[in-house]
Design a protein. Structure first.
Length: 111
């Protein structure tokens, strides 16, 4: 975690107000839709709440244990363009953190 990024487990549309209150300006969703079954909120539901709250939103699903260099480079492009701070989330936050750390190790992030 840094002043520009935070990590979280699964969020729901009703959490967006708290995310705004904490000062985040963007959300990156790294969890594939329906990975957790029908009870998992869809990316579209979260995106709608985020955009209504004035947040930027990116859906970049990645499969645990299968993060590719292409995934890392795509994330870095999003990271470098999105307003900060960014909240990244997946099921537990670990996959999002891994994506961030890999991009950092590859020196792809502008911070």
């Amino acid at each position: 975690m840094s002043e520009n990024v935070g990590f979280a487990g699964q969020i729901a549309p009703e959490h967006v107000a708290q995310i705004v209150e904490k000062g985040f300006k963007s959300i990156v969703n790294n969890r594939p839709d329906l990975e957790g079954g029908a009870e998992q909120p869809t990316s579209a539901q979260i995106e709608e709440a985020a955009r209504q709250a004035g947040l930027d939103y990116v859906y970049q699903p990645v499969v645990p244990g299968q993060i590719t260099e292409l995934d890392v480079r795509a994330f870095a492009n999003h990271y470098n363009e999105l307003p900060k701070p960014i909240l990244m989330f997946c099921r537990t936050g670990n996959r999002s953190n891994n994506l961030y750390q890999l991009a950092k190790q590859m020196d792809l992030l502008d911070d």
